[in-house]
Structures are given as structure tokens and as C-alpha cells.
Design a protein around this ligand. Sequence first.
Ligand code: DX5
Ligand code: ZN
Length: 224
Amino acid sequence: MTRRIQIAPSLLSADFANLERDVRRCEEGGADMLHVDVMDGHFVPNITIGPLVVQALRPITRLTLDVHLMISDPDKYIKQFAEAGADNISIHVETCPHLHRSLALIREQGKRAGAVLNPVTPLEYIYPAAEYCDFILLMSVNPGFGGQPFIPSFLRRARELRTWLDGNNLTHVEIQVDGGVKIDNVAEVVAAGANVIVSGSGIFSGSIEDNIRTMRRRATESLV
Ligand code: DX5
Ligand code: ZN
């Protein structure tokens, strides 16, 4: 099955004082989504933005808002992010003792549900709940900051997960990658099985539009 490449610039690397301008540049470059990193200073050692920013973005763009919750006890906030205008909501399995329930909460809000695994969380952890996911995000850095180096074990993990999903009638479940993805390594990331590409520092340094276009071209060329 050939999957569609989707480019999701991570707004964490945008200019927050000129967010609308940077959103327009992402649109101009042909981005498919805007990736919104929500950090609570508890699950991860950094604090970023909350539902108010999602709410502010919603009326100014038709791009998919892909909200990555790096927060403890995400069940408490799923509804709030859904109502603020998120399209995709992803939650870390490390924060969810009742994963089926949390994923169901997202779908009950009419949103696409994603489960996220940190780089060392065993893949087996998601298998029993994979059928309740629209996408699975494999972190390729430890969450918390933009601009960190790509952890190469992602490549083996993505190949293994793609093979498992395809072998279990879950070909429609997409693999998202997040962390350290740049123009130079996007081809190998896609060849390993990812088709939803989150990139922050790789897109927001230099020309946002050109970076998105180049990234899409390299990714599409390596699509299997
Ligand atoms: C990391 C965040 C990422 C981050 C990626 O915790 O989840 O989305 O913004 O940034 P880069 O692409 O710079 O690694
Ligand atoms: Zn993210």
C-alpha cells in the first residue's frame, strides 16, 4: 500500500511573535498539517502552550491541527483541546494507564487518535491498542525540546512497527515521526515506514516554503 506523505511543521520552532505569518508560510509551502507541541513541565521538562493557542489558530487556517500532548493525565484535557479545534490528538502511552479509554475519549470527540511512544518504550506496548489508533507516533528524540539530534534506533523500530501493522490488518494506521528530522535524513525515515513527517528546526531555519517543498520531494522519492 502506498501511503501519502504528509508534512507537519512543528510550530515549536516558529516565531511565536509572528505565528500567523509563519502559518501562512507553511501553507504557501504546501504543508499538510501544523504540529502543535503541548508540554506541561511535568511529563517533560519544558512548558509550552495550551488550548488557547489551538483556539487562536483554528479560525486562521484550514490545515489539520495535529496536537501532540506531552502532559501527565491527558484524559483531563482531551475534551478541551478537541473543543479548541484540534483535528488529531496524540497521547503518550507512558502517561496513560488506561490506554483504550484515553484513545476512545479522543474518538468520541470526533477526532483522529494517535498513540505516542518514547524512543525506549517497547513497541509491544502499543500492539494491543493499535486498532484504536489512527496513527502511531514513534518519537525519534526524547520529548521536551526542539533541535535535538535524531536517534537512529527509530529506523529499526519503524520497520518493525510497519511490518507488524501490515501483518495484522492495520495497513491504514499511519506512522508519524517526530524529532531531529531534516531534509538530509527524511528519505531514510520514509524508507523505514513513516509517512507523517514532523519537523521543527529542519523547516523553520531558512526559507520555510523551500524547506517544506524540498522535504516533500525527498520524502516522496523514497516512498515505498
Ligand atoms: C519534541 C517535540 C517535537 C519538536 C521537534 O519534544 O515533540 O515536535 O518540535 O523539533 P525538531 O524537528 O527540531 O527536532
Ligand atoms: Zn511533537
